[in-house]
Design a protein around this ligand. Structure first.
Ligand SMILES: *Cc1c(COP(=O)(O)O)cnc(C)c1O
Length: 460
């Protein structure tokens, strides 16, 4: 059988897809029992993938079987209820089901002409996100792989505009000899912001560092007088404490000066969509650009990041794409809003998640993260952990007596297979960073997690 005939058969007889479905169902049903972090044996078994690139085509079923057998056990159980590492988030079932179908469609989302449905759903998501966050009507959205990329887009738009303010067209003249941009940020700015600044030609030495307070919020009084060459970098959700900067005061200062304010709200911007937590983001709508993830707090599947920007011209000019073969339409062309040309049609899962949850569902789900975080905070304090942050959103930062003992707790918890948390450092000390951000996590999951922490503490 030649290759084309073989592939046609595999596509037509559906056995491959049936089996993938059955493996997926086993995974879903087993998630609560599996090790949250793979066991040593499962990790060692990954050597099954150390093999030469095959000389000849194989069987699709055999490829799938190998992935399931050795790959499945080496996954992180982040779709379960007790993964609290980083700020990973779960996945709303509606979004996973829709993604399955959309994966079969395999749409190239760059142009209206390459996927009208993706272009349509981007427009719908853009308008729904404006509404759910309460952003100005001129705000546009670009759909990218994550907040790192969204930060890159926002900062590129800012760079374009701040140089334009000084009569410099960066697309024409480039960075060499360009007038300076003043970048103002505090030390707690996320690694991805530093990374994207570097990619845009700004080093750490180009940043004017503003002090942060004990929760990791920018000290507004320490900001210098702003003008239209200034880029101010703020955070909705400090990656350790979950703290929010004082957007209202900073944006007021920036508005009259025509400075650009960018808010990195990867997971924390979603507080703006929750009635009881909205106070945290007060005044954030006066900023110029916002970066946020779908795949963290909103629980869309990976990869889903969004750049929101109130200056369409700056964003599109910064991410400009020209080429004779690019055929633009009078509809939305997604590639105008992202650095990518070909791209995954990721707005489909985002649309599914927003449509399924609705405003009340978003509110209920995200408030739930906050409530479970408070439950953890209380429970950990009760068994002798020191709580280091004000638990305003979904992050709980704790420590057990000293660095050494805190490390031991981390090791114990990570090895337990019951739950997973990661280390961080705060004020020069080793700390445990816990992030509650999956719809799956129940009060019982929190109880089970607290038991593991208690055992860890007792054993030290
Ligand atoms: C996760 C995170 C980022 C980076 O987002 P990715 O989706 O991982 O690219 C940026 N800023 C903050 C505050 C984050 O938590």
């Amino acid at each position: 059988m030649n290759l084309q005939t073989q592939m046609s058969k595999e596509l037509q007889d559906k056995q491959l897809f049936d089996r993938a479905k059955s493996y997926a169902y086993q995974y879903i049903d087993g998630i609560d029992e599996m090790d949250v972090f793979p066991s040593g044996q499962s990790l060692a078994n990954l050597k099954a993938f150390d093999e030469p690139l095959p000389d000849e085509p194989g069987s699709a079923l055999a490829v799938l079987d190998q992935l399931n057998q050795y790959g499945g056990p080496a996954t992180i159980a982040q779709t379960g209820g007790r993964y609290f590492g980083f700020v990973n988030g779960g996945a709303v079932p509606a979004s996973l089901g829709v993604k399955w179908l959309a994966d079969v469609w395999d749409q190239c989302g760059g142009l209206y002409l390459t996927s009208p449905i993706n272009a349509k759903l981007e427009t719908v998501c853009e308008s729904w996100l404006r509404e759910v966050f309460g952003l100005p009507k001129e705000t546009v959205a670009g759909f990218v792989s994550g907040t790192s990329m969204a930060n890159l887009c926002g900062l590129a738009a800012a760079r374009y505009q701040l140089l334009k303010n000084q009569g410099w067209d960066i697309n024409e003249k480039g960075l060499n000899g360009a007038p300076p941009i003043r970048i103002l940020a505090h030390e707690q700015v996320h690694a991805s912001v530093k990374k994207t600044l570097a990619m845009l030609g700004f080093g750490k030495a180009n940043i004017e560092w503003i002090p942060a307070d004990e929760q990791g919020r920018i000290v507004v009084e320490a900001l210098p007088t702003l003008d239209n060459t200034c880029l101010v970098l703020l955070q909705a959700g400090n990656v350790n404490t979950g703290a929010y900067d004082d957007f209202d005061s900073v944006c007021e200062k920036a508005k009259t000066a025509e400075a650009w304010v960018h808010i990195d709200g990867a997971f924390g911007l979603w507080a703006a969509a929750v009635q009881d937590l909205q106070y945290l983001t007060r005044g954030f709508e006066k900023a110029d650009s916002w970066a946020v993830d779908g795949h963290k707090t909103l629980n869309t599947p990976y990869d889903s990041g969004i750049i929101l920007c109130r200056h369409q011209d700056a964003l599109i000019s910064a991410l400009q794409a020209t080429g004779e073969y690019l055929v633009f339409s009078d509809q939305r062309d997604p590639l105008l809003y992202t650095p990518e040309l070909s791209k995954r049609s990721r707005a489909i899962e985002l649309w599914a998640t927003l449509k399924y949850l609705g405003k009340a569902g978003i509110d209920e789900m995200i408030l739930g993260f906050h409530q479970r975080a408070k439950q953890l905070e209380q429970g950990l304090a009760d068994v002798g952990f020191e709580i280091l942050n004000e638990v305003v959103f979904n992050q709980v930062l704790v420590r057990f007596q000293d660095d050494k003992k805190t490390r031991k707790v981390i090791e114990y918890v990570q090895k337990s297979g019951e739950c997973w948390i990661g280390p961080s450092s705060w004020n020069g000390q080793v700390v445990i960073r816990i992030s509650v951000c999956s719809w799956v996590t129940t009060e019982e999951d929190i109880q089970r997690t607290l038991s593991v922490f208690q055992q860890a503490a007792n054993g030290i």
